[in-house]
Design a protein around this ligand. Structure first.
Ligand code: GDP
Ligand code: MG
Length: 176
């Protein structure tokens, strides 16, 4: 103990994207370091949390998982209230889920807080190459066009996930 405590930043993170892209799996991988092949369809609000230490601060990620509302492709306002970060997730083996990214971004823009930071995540990168429908470059281009952080991940193997949270966490400055 040296009497100097580092700031603690708490941030609400929402995870959006089509049903089946791996939103719940990503949240579980990051907070519990595990993967289950089949989750029950989430009913009601689902919430998990993990704290990461950085050299100049501690970040508490409070992650809100959608409760099946993504099936209607509309987000309830409560879900977005006070959110600081949004992960917009697509499945690299589903071009359809990638095409829907634009509409998710639009919803975040319309109903999310003004200073919401969005990141684009291409999940399921562990799948065989012949199952891939979205080339990495397509994801990069879309992210570039919207000025978004971009990374490909696998909730199954954990690939890319710590990097996403480290990158995003290290850029956070103020409290949300
Ligand atoms: P959600 O509807 O977006 O929350 O998606 P889920 O997390 O429920 O995942 C949907 C399905 O995709 C499940 O069968 C998961 O096991 C599978 N899945 C999720 N992430 C990955 C991944 O990174 N790789 C692979 N191969 N499968 C995944
Ligand atoms: Mg889910």
């Amino acid at each position: 103990m040296n009497g100097i405590s580092l700031p603690v930043i708490k941030v609400k993170m929402v995870v959006v994207g089509d049903a089946g892209v791996g939103k719940t799996s990503l949240a579980v991988r990051f907070t519990d370091n595990s993967f289950i092949q089949h989750y029950k369809q989430t009913v009601g609000a689902s919430f998990c949390s993990r704290t990461l230490d950085f050299k100049d601060k501690t970040v508490v990620f409070n992650i809100w998982d959608t409760a099946g509302q993504e099936r209607f492709r509309s987000l309830v306002p409560m879900y977005l209230r006070d959110a600081g970060i949004a992960l917009v997730v697509y499945d690299i083996s589903s071009h359809k889920s990638f095409e829907n990214v634009e509409s998710w971004l639009l919803q975040l823009q319309q109903y999310g807080p003004r200073d919401l930071k969005c990141a684009l995540i291409g999940n399921k990168v562990d799948l065989e190459d012949d199952l891939r429908e979205v080339p990495t470059q397509e994801g990069e281009l879309l992210a570039e066009g919207h000025g978004l952080y971009f990374e490909e991940t696998s909730a199954k193997t954990g690939e890319g996930i710590d990097k996403v949270f480290n990158d995003i966490g290290s850029r956070l400055e103020k409290n949300h």
